[in-house]
Design a protein around this ligand. Structure first.
Ligand SMILES: *[C@@H]1O[C@H](CO)[C@@H](O)[C@H](O)[C@H]1NC(C)=O
Length: 423
């Protein structure tokens, strides 16, 4: 029985954590709000630094750079790192690390501690050439202004389940910290951006902002477009300029996953998308009740969610509740349990009806268990494979969740769930 509890916990984790690359360095990603670090514009009024004069031109910085002293330029970095003073809250300096030739010439800048920079440098992303289909236009999308929504990403052609929309590496990764003043932080963020190759710099600076204050331009862009990335045991912010054009939906037609080894963020369609239909992902877990989703979206992304599932909140919350209730029954392994394959199929249909095709790993997993529990190992196998396919699109092959279904697929009849309910 303990096995099942492990599985249950992992299930719930799966909606937030993306991947465990190794036990030493776990890199996870979520499209998260930046609540922990609100950018108060008041911060700025009190200081006058010549910041607006900073130009976004890498060549100028390379001549006027200073070195942190303690950090020697080793690793895959184009320039000597530019470092802050020792930050007490971190017990470390933070430095800007740039690789201008990263991923076939796209470039990347990372603002982090020397220790974590070393961990990044050890990733295959910095050791071997990246796959050619990364950071190249997939032909699947275009962007356009949408009334009341800013820019959005649209399908350029018919997309089907599993079709790739985008696959990009981040332009900027920055350690989350609250010790630097807004203007100090802006200085380092600007160096990070200015050291990138021009095309990426331009794409970054064209992104939407929240405040529209030119003095904090780079943080403003980060604020409006960030994913939260867990790396080296610390929270970082990551901006993927192309992917940032994807708007939110509570019943999205696409799902994203991060390859933590190649630092590649991939988006794929989770149901058919018509040409000129908007492509969307969910910024917050669509399995949360509407209240919570709306709070996350307004706190973190400064918009009021008006997607159909938010507007029809009573209906959508009631459906979520039904799904949770069914899950509870399917999770009951007592002899009196009312769980059945039929109930599992019903739950799967509810997810589909809600437009949650990108989150079917959960109902597929329960279906696999429910069928195996009554001795139908063929159906169990089919659903375990479907669960894995869903996990691949959402969490990646590195996750513990994959292992759960590998174990079942090795031999469903030997799995602990086999005939567990047919006595
Ligand atoms: C930058 O990263 C690439 C891998 O994408 C690597 O091949 C290259 O050596 C790195 N650049 C430097 C200056 O080390």
């Amino acid at each position: 029985m303990w096995l099942f509890y492990l599985y249950f916990t992992v299930f719930h984790l799966s909606s937030i954590s993306l991947a465990d690359w190794s036990s030493a360095s776990a890199i996870r990603l979520s499209r998260q709000c930046w609540r922990e670090w609100p950018l108060f514009s008041a911060d700025i009024q009190s200081s006058s630094d010549g910041l607006t004069e900073l130009v976004f031109d890498g060549s100028q910085h390379s001549s006027s750079r200073f070195d942190g002293g303690s950090s020697i330029n080793s690793g895959p970095w184009t320039y000597a790192p530019v470092c802050t003073r020792l930050l007490e809250s971190l017990g470390s300096q933070l430095c800007v690390y740039t690789n201008r030739s990263f991923s076939n010439g796209r470039g990347i800048s990372i603002f982090t501690t020397p220790r974590i920079a070393k961990e990044f440098a050890a990733l295959p992303a910095f050791q071997h050439p990246q796959a050619q289909d990364i950071n190249t236009f997939s032909g699947a999308w275009y962007t356009r202004e949408l009334p009341g929504k800013g820019m959005g990403m649209m399908a350029k052609k018919q997309l089907n389940f599993g079709d790739r929309v985008t696959a990009y590496t981040p332009a900027l990764i920055a350690h989350l910290e609250q010790e630097l003043s807004t203007l100090e932080r802006e200085k380092y963020f600007r160096i990070a951006i200015s050291q990138l190759p021009r095309p990426l710099q331009d794409r970054f600076l064209k992104l939407a902002t929240v405040y529209g204050d030119p003095r904090i331009k780079v943080q403003d862009v980060v604020k409006a477009n960030t994913f939260q990335l867990h790396a080296g045991g610390q929270d970082h912010l990551a901006v993927f300029p192309e992917t940032a054009r994807l708007n939110h939906a509570c019943a999205p037609n696409a799902q994203y996953v991060l390859d933590p080894v190649h630092l590649t963020h991939t988006v794929a369609a989770t149901r058919p998308i018509e040409p000129d239909e908007e492509i969307t992902i969910s910024y917050t877990s669509p399995l949360e009740p509407t209240d919570m989703r709306q709070r996350h979206l307004s706190d973190g992304f400064h918009f009021t969610c008006s997607c159909p599932r938010c507007i029809a909140r009573d209906k959508s919350d009631a459906t979520l509740q039904r799904m949770m209730d069914m899950q509870k029954v399917l999770n009951d392994w007592q002899p009196t349990s009312m769980a059945s394959p039929k109930l599992a199929e019903k739950m799967l249909q509810l997810y589909r009806d809600e437009g949650l095709e990108g989150f079917l790993d959960i109902p597929y997993g329960f279906a696999a268990l429910a069928y195996n529990a009554v001795g139908d190992s063929n159906k169990a196998e089919k659903y375990a494979k479907a669960a894995q396919e869903a996990i691949l699109m959402k969490d990646g092959p590195w996750t513990a969740n994959m292992q759960i279904w590998n174990e079942m697929l090795e031999n469903p009849k030997r799995h602990w769930s086999f005939r567990a309910r047919s006595r």
